[in-house]
Design a protein around this ligand. Structure first.
Ligand SMILES: [Zn+2]
Length: 440
């Protein structure tokens, strides 16, 4: 049964620069934009070409939305003055403040509830978390960072995530950053890391999906989005996340006091980390990692080896949802599938071929999750476990992973009772947020 999903996964993430391109819709999507808003582009296409007078109201709404977005993007300096820092918590009850601060005192625990933290910080989880972690590691002092510039940079990053995306939004970035922090604390790694490694690891985690449009690379390619041609159909989204981050770094002037070669090196290494999250390169990284572990030749005194492990750590953090406690894991699964289904609905509406895993009628959440766990998450975390051994955190993550996979098996069974083979191995859903091990 799982084998059915392997080709689906491969084709979901692989390039689609072939004859299936729907050129009838493509031209309109060439409109040059700074950001990555394919949904808006498609709505313009629909209203211009097919809908006529009936949807004049919709068109007006789109125009208003567009001008608001243009305003937002054109007024970076102004936005930089808006407080995104924990200072903005003054709008909240002292109670909320206290609870958020209490949560930060346990930010290194694996059952950290990022959804709750985001609510307690009034949607500022990413900025609040990053400021806290920069303080924990004394990075502001070490790199002589200007707090105003740091605040402006983090505010830009958080704001450039699309809050309307069910999955690829600022809460996902905060979640990945929190996971990254847990991995940076692994004893095998922590003692070797330099302040620059830690700075890069946290920055890459926070910005790794910035301005994600909520659709995947094959979608951008087949609709001839300008980002696809800009990056020649290769690591399109990851390149955009990286270049957007570099743009915001320069605009905020966060690194402008550093020697040119150092800030250039930081930009390049951030790119290398963010580009490693391209799921198309999963096997390449997994094979190299496995080889290093087999040969026992990783030398963390070497900067290049530490960088490789940071790439792997970021990849793990990016796909660690199935390793969280069931209650958190389930929410992420529902969110990512909702995003897939939205892309599928969009493709259906505009007569594009529906991408693998994006058809709500055919692709159930349990089936998508079991495929994702089996082919992406499990192989990676088994090697991470080997690398970090002995690690209580890695063992906890694998335990959750196996439980969650079994839970999805039970749920899939409930959806398709005729699937007797998978039902025979199914277990009852179990676990909750409070049940997770408290690793600090
Ligand atoms: Zn991500």
């Amino acid at each position: 049964m799982f084998n059915v999903y392997l080709p689906l996964f491969l084709s979901f993430f692989s390039h689609l620069a072939d004859g299936r391109l729907n050129t009838g819709h493509a031209g309109v999507l060439l409109a040059e934009r700074r950001g990555s808003y394919p949904l808006i582009d498609l709505r313009i296409l629909k209203s211009n070409a097919q809908q006529g007078e009936v949807e004049t109201g919709t068109r007006r709404k789109v125009k208003r939305l567009l001008s608001f977005q243009r305003y937002c993007h054109a007024s970076r300096l102004l936005r930089g003055l808006v407080s995104h820092s924990p200072g903005s918590l003054h709008l909240l009850d002292d109670d909320y403040l206290g609870q958020a601060a209490h949560m930060l005192s346990k930010v290194g625990t694996w059952n950290f509830d990022i959804f709750l933290f985001d609510r307690l910080t009034n949607g500022n989880s990413l900025v609040t978390l990053m400021c806290h972690l920069f303080n924990v590691y004394d990075l502001i002092h070490h790199f002589q960072l200007d707090m105003v510039k740091l605040n402006r940079f983090l505010g830009m990053v958080q704001e450039d995530y699309h809050s309307q995306n069910p999955y690829h939004n600022a809460v996902h970035a905060a979640d990945v950053t929190q996971a990254m922090y847990c991995y940076l604390k692994e004893p095998k790694l922590a003692e070797h890391l330099s302040p620059l490694d830690i700075f890069l690891g946290l920055m890459a985690a926070a910005a790794h999906d910035v301005d994600h449009p909520g659709v995947n690379q094959p979608f951008l390619i087949k609709t001839r989005h300008h980002l696809a041609s800009l990056y020649q159909n290769t690591s399109v989204l990851e390149s955009h996340h990286w270049r957007s981050t570099v743009g915001m770094l320069r605009e905020s002037g966060l690194l402008s006091h550093l020697p040119a070669d150092m800030s250039q090196d930081i930009e390049q290494r951030l790119g290398s980390l963010i580009l490693a999250t391209d799921i198309n390169r999963q096997n390449e990284f997994l094979m190299t990692f496995r080889e290093h572990l087999d040969n026992q030749d990783l030398d963390l005194q070497l900067s290049s080896h530490r960088h490789f492990i940071l790439q792997i750590a970021l990849k793990c953090a990016d796909v660690c949802n199935p390793c969280r406690v069931w209650e958190l894991s389930r929410q992420w699964s529902e969110r990512v599938c909702e995003e897939f289904y939205r892309q599928g609905d969009l493709e259906r509406r505009f007569d594009l071929e529906i991408s693998p895993l994006c058809n709500q009628q055919a692709d159930s959440i349990p089936a998508i999750q079991i495929g994702f766990i089996s082919y992406i998450v499990e192989p990676l975390f088994e090697e991470w476990h080997r690398f970090t051994e002995p690690s209580l955190l890695s063992q906890t993550m694998l335990d959750h992973l196996h439980k969650n996979k079994a839970n999805w098996g039970s749920l899939r069974c409930a959806h398709t009772p005729s699937d007797t083979q998978s039902c025979s191995q199914a277990e009852e859903p179990e676990g909750g947020v409070g049940e997770g091990a408290d690793i600090s």
